[in-house]
Design a protein around this ligand. Structure first.
Ligand SMILES: NC(=O)c1ccc[n+]([C@@H]2O[C@H](COP(=O)([O-])OP(=O)(O)OC[C@H]3O[C@@H](n4cnc5c(N)ncnc54)[C@H](O)[C@@H]3O)[C@@H](O)[C@H]2O)c1
Length: 340
């Protein structure tokens, strides 16, 4: 059985190592010729997943047609803002086998349209006459820990007309447990949103605040996530699952988390937020999702105070300590108030 992974970054590489235990042939496709050359010549990807070697049945190519041909599943593991462009290439390149699932692993929304990744993928496929089922595979899954084969659990959520239970088995492994969930919207919104809360926790960490603050930001962040998810038609319980609270806790407390680390660097204030990102080869999704989440709140008429505060710090030059002070000075209200 052959599968292909689009993207040769950290998560694509760790996921390729995992799939290689179950699948005969794992082909990674990318645009980064250095990463592709490293994977093929030394079985490593030093810029994205240092210290790990790929099994011999993992290869890489710059040729999308070669990657797609004969694949029984396609996994998309590029930053969310790149998913449409990559899917447009997939949809117009001869080689995508008919009916095979296309599964997104990126966490975010398209900023301009506020569309979820499954919607973006389905649109691009449909425009080119493809009828492949679409899904997402999301949850708390730091690449470094998956590469170390530490127990990890994710959620597979997709097209209701397709049998995802068979796919659940095909991608499950001894240290990689996969749950299904029919609330695709809830899973996708949760996965993107948690990165904004992780940035908020990082900002508080950078300001030297403690565990009380962390617990407060996470809990009130969950309240914001549940509000927007329900307003959009998703289920509240999905927010309390792996893709929601599971990933939010993991991302907000982890030393591996780029989003938390980014927030901390912003609060330490050595550079402008966008300058900090320029120095990183790897994507920080929370930077983009803060913009999308703010727009979502406006669109659905939902108050999202933490999202707004993160946005003010990242894009409106508000000093982080002032953003925290303003959050704390909001009108007192009942915790049971579901509106704000
Ligand atoms: N790193 C993790 O632990 C992890 C875990 C779960 C989910 N994710 C999500 O997976 C997605 C990818 O994360 P990552 O950590 O692998 O990112 P990364 O920055 O390490 O790698 C991104 C990859 O995408 C490629 N890429 C970027 N723009 C492209 C384009 N226009 N066309 C083709 N390829 C392009 C880059 O060359 C690189 O190979 C993100 O949405 C992230 O939130 C990451």
């Amino acid at each position: 059985m052959k599968t292909c992974i689009l993207g040769t970054g950290s998560w694509g590489s760790a996921y390729a190592r995992h799939l290689a235990h179950k699948w005969d042939d794992v082909v990674m496709w990318g645009v980064d010729d250095t990463a592709v050359a490293h994977i093929n010549s030394t079985g490593t990807n030093p810029d994205y997943l240092p210290d790990f070697r790929m099994p011999p049945n993992v290869g890489a190519t710059l040729d999308l047609k070669v990657a797609l041909q004969g694949s029984e599943a396609v996994f998309v593991v590029v930053p969310s803002q790149a998913v449409r462009g990559v899917m447009a290439k997939v949809a117009s390149t001869p080689g995508l086998p008919k009916g095979v699932p296309v599964v997104n692993l990126a966490k975010g929304l398209e900023i301009d349209t506020l569309k979820r990744m499954s919607e973006v993928m389905a649109e691009e496929l449909k425009q080119n006459g493809h009828e492949n089922p679409v899904a997402v595979l999301l949850g708390p899954s730091h690449a470094e820990e998956v590469a170390l084969e530490m127990p990890t659990a994710l959620v597979l959520a997709g097209d209701p007309a397709f049998d995802w239970e068979e796919w659940q088995r095909l991608i499950t492994g001894p240290y990689f447990r996969v749950y299904t969930n029919d609330d695709v919207l809830g899973v996708e919104i949760s996965s993107g949103f948690k990165n904004v809360i992780a940035v908020a926790v990082g900002i508080c960490d950078g300001l030297g605040m403690g565990d009380n603050t962390r617990g407060t930001v996470l809990t009130r962040g969950m309240a914001e996530l549940a509000r927007i998810t329900v307003a959009m038609g998703g289920r509240q319980e999905t927010c309390f699952g792996l893709a929601g609270i599971g990933d939010m806790i993991t991302t907000a407390i982890s030393r591996h988390s780029r989003n938390r680390n980014f927030g901390e660097a912003v609060a330490l204030g050595r550079e402008d937020p966008s300058k900090i990102l320029e120095g990183s080869k790897q994507v920080v999704e929370g930077f983009y999702m803060a913009q999308a989440a703010l727009k979502l709140g406006e669109k659905f008429g939902i108050e999202l105070p933490i999202v707004k505060a993160v946005h003010e710090v990242l894009f409106e030059e508000k000093p982080p300590h002032k953003a925290i002070r303003d959050l704390m000075a909001r009108v007192p209200r009942s915790e049971a108030d579901a509106e704000r």
